[in-house]
Design a binder for this molecule. Structure first.
Ligand code: 572
Ligand code: ZN
Length: 358
């Protein structure tokens, strides 16, 4: 099929107001590539901007193109681009830092205060038929990975980064609190990086069922009848010891409290989930036992690792993909994400009209 001649784009105008509109097809600068977009996942943050119009201090104040978990096919390259050529299929790391500040220069480019990040106000995302990106933040997919895998490299990079922050290594005993998409990718990354035992918690059976399919050793269904200390005891019982690494992937205050209490002395508790700005936490339960509490912010040079984990067969991200929509059906896709009808895990939207449901 001939490439589309239009640039249909999904734009968030305000709360519960996504519109599809035509935009011009842009021209790449010397260092950019023009991408025909193929698969774009819906992230919790996209839904949050749709429902609340903001996340923390990031407020949707003008129309913003949505989407940041994406892959595409290169259709045009800028004059100075050496790493890619037309026809290459790429995973798109949806950030571009300033490259000159002290964070960029010391390798912490993800902490750059002037970073561009897709679909974080005021920066536009990439749920459109065509999209421009800096070529060095596009990663060519190996022949044994497809464009749906490519889109999943974004959440998987969050999991990889979380595990790097948690210094995951062979033999680790791991607790993951929350079996949403980020809990699941963190579990996959932890396993690939050598974790021996993994227990994962959630309040929903369907999520725990998926976690089991993806290789969790133990699952804990948390319900209202369980106390915090009861859950701590259950985790220790199932693992046969306290976990030496814990990841809160929920942002729920009780889960963060559990992570601080249950992590083995000398271990690491990584807080991945986005919770309330202020929380009441038993800090003494961690600090006097030298449990390191670490945060994470997106990812930093983690795409190559994420791609390698899938290309080498250590991980499959395919079981995370539950729904596919065409870009024309973006509003329906977000309805599914919002309502969770049909128990979606990862919903992909396909902007290329030649995409067909397989
Ligand atoms: O895929 C990256 C990603 N990062 C998220 C959330 C969803 N997806 N973050 C959590 C929120 N922060 S933020 O800076 N923010 C409000 C933009 O607090 C970004 C990272
Ligand atoms: Zn995201």
């Amino acid at each position: 099929m001939a490439p589309p001649k239009d640039n249909l784009t999904a734009v968030l105008y305000g709360i519960n107001d996504i519109r599809l509109e035509q935009r011009p097809i842009p021209e790449p600068s010397d260092t950019q590539v023009l991408l025909q977009m193929e698969s774009v996942g819906i992230c919790g943050s996209d839904v949050h901007y749709l429902v609340e119009g903001k996340i923390g201090t990031f407020v949707v104040e003008k129309p913003m193109v949505i989407g940041h978990e994406a892959s595409g096919t290169v259709v045009k390259v800028g004059k100075k681009v050496k790493n890619l050529k037309p026809g290459d299929q790429v995973a798109i790391e949806p950030q571009v830092p300033c490259r000159i500040c002290s964070f960029c220069k010391t390798g912490n480019y993800h902490l750059c205060p002037d970073i561009f990040f897709c679909a974080t106000p005021p920066d536009d995302g990439n749920l459109s038929r065509y999209y421009l990106h800096e070529a060095d933040f596009c990663y060519k997919l190996p022949p044994n990975m497809d464009l749906d895998d490519g889109a999943l490299m974004e959440p998987l990079s969050v999991g990889v980064h979380a595990c790097k922050r948690g210094h995951i290594t062979c033999g680790d005993s791991v607790l993951i609190l929350g079996a949403g998409p980020i809990g699941l990718v963190t579990m996959l990354a932890a396993r690939a990086m050598g974790a021996s035992k993994i227990v994962i918690t959630d309040i929903l059976d369907v999520k725990l069922q998926k976690a089991k399919e993806l290789g969790a050793d133990h699952v804990i269904k948390v319900d209202r009848s369980m106390t915090e200390d009861g859950i701590v005891a259950k985790i220790t019982e199932l693992l046969g010891d306290q976990p030496n690494k814990s990841f809160d992937c929920s942002g729920v205050e009780m889960n963060v409290r559990i992570a601080l209490k249950v992590t083995k002395s000398g271990g690491i508790a990584v807080l991945v989930g986005m919770g309330k700005f202020e929380q009441t936490l038993p800090l003494a339960a961690a600090i006097f036992r030298e449990v390191d509490i670490r945060g994470i912010f997106r990812y930093n040079n983690d795409y190559p690792t994420a791609i390698d984990m899938v290309a080498s067969g250590k991980i499959s991200v395919k079981p995370l993909i539950t729904h596919h929509y065409k870009i024309e059906d973006t509003v329906a896709a977000f309805h599914t994400a919002k309502t969770q009808e049909g128990n979606p895990i990862k919903i992909l939207i396909h902007p290329n009209p030649s995409w067909k449901k397989s």
